[in-house]
Design a protein. Structure first.
Length: 356
């Protein structure tokens, strides 16, 4: 008799609610709960095997005995006693194994990434010709200054930088990595959205290029070190726009990470920001494990080829933790969640080689 038939037979007995003297203190539903609980844990094969053993014992009891006779009831009682002991053994054994796994496993640490609190920064509201302002947050390097990273966030671009320097939307890679850049001698200039409005569909425009020019002018007043422009995801469009209007001497280089290169909801990509006009060394970073549908890693070569008049390097990385349900979210491989240090070190290595 197949397993499905065995289970069906048992369920029919349950639905009939026949009264017997057999103590059904463990049933098939309970065994399934144990089985799926252990299976979902993933780390405890011993627990999974035990739960399967419990399940098979129950099926065997149903298949081999009749609960309507005293003999069958007595046999079921003995089998259920064994099932109870097996369950107890599983619980104790799996707990011990779980403790052993915890003692010998070093998972990727992501706690420090989720709620970064950049300190020692300076908030500035840059006035714009048409009215309004562009808010930026400058974070100085923690050691001898090597350069300044002008960073454009992805998504809507709304970091919501407050006047005291707090950042409400701090999950984006450019914010989560700010401490790493500072520790390596690079200041960070975070660029917020305009007047708390979404930048989707605006980053490749000539009007936004004028806003970026104000940001870069402020950056030059802030430091005498080289300026590097970095954008991530949708922010790569803004970074490409910055580089395409900066000429040869405006910035030291362009860094695009997990760039939006396939048309989506924002109705613009990095190809709309005139990559043919870029004249500075450029780095394209692509995560092999990025599953964001508008920033797939195989497009890295196409982006590199679109920058025709400047040296271009493609840096491929892999890994990351999928915390967000959105494949394009910040807490995912798309946002380098869990591998930010690996990515920053790879970029810094390229920057240093570029300046030699």
């Amino acid at each position: 008799m197949g397993l499905a038939n065995k289970i069906g037979r048992y369920e029919r007995l349950r639905r009939n609610r026949l009264k017997t003297h057999v103590p059904y203190f463990i049933d098939m539903t309970g065994a399934d709960r144990i089985y799926f609980t252990f299976r979902s844990g993933g780390l405890y094969p011993m627990g999974r095997l035990c739960a399967q053993s419990i399940r098979l014992r129950i099926v065997h009891a149903i298949n081999q005995t009749s609960p309507f006779s005293p003999e069958g009831g007595s046999m079921l009682q003995r089998l259920y006693a064994r099932i109870f002991l097996t369950t107890l053994f599983c619980l104790l054994g799996s707990h011990a194994m779980a403790r052993e796994v915890r003692n010998h496993t070093q998972p990727i640490s992501t706690q420090s990434e989720e709620s970064p609190k950049p300190e020692g920064g300076m908030v500035s509201d840059l006035p714009l010709p048409g009215g309004g302002f562009q808010r930026v947050l400058y974070l100085p390097p923690s050691r001898d200054a090597k350069g300044l990273m002008v960073m454009f966030a992805g998504g809507t671009g709304e970091l919501d930088i407050e006047k005291n320097g707090d950042i409400k939307n701090a999950k984006n890679f450019v914010v989560r990595s700010s401490d790493l850049w500072r520790d390596r001698g690079y200041g960070v200039l975070l660029v917020d959205a305009l007047d708390h409005q979404s930048l989707r569909g605006q980053r490749s425009t000539a009007a936004y290029a004028e806003v970026i020019a104000k940001v870069l002018a402020f950056a030059r007043e802030t430091t005498r070190t080289p300026l590097w422009v970095l954008g991530t995801s949708q922010g790569s469009i803004a970074a490409m726009n910055a580089a395409s209007h900066a000429g040869r001497n405006g910035i030291a280089g362009l860094i695009l990470t997990e760039s939006v290169s396939i048309l989506g909801g924002s109705h613009e990509t990095v190809f709309d920001a005139h990559p043919e006009n870029v004249r500075v060394p450029s780095l394209i970073v692509a995560n092999r494990d990025d599953q964001c549908k508008v920033a797939l890693p195989f497009m890295a070569n196409a982006i590199a080829q679109s920058v025709r008049d400047a040296p271009v390097t493609v840096l491929r990385v892999s890994g990351g933790v999928q915390r967000s349900q959105d494949n394009c979210g910040s807490l995912s491989p798309h946002g380098y969640y869990g591998i930010r240090e690996q990515v920053v070190d790879g970029i810094v290595d390229w920057m240093q080689k570029t300046q030699r």
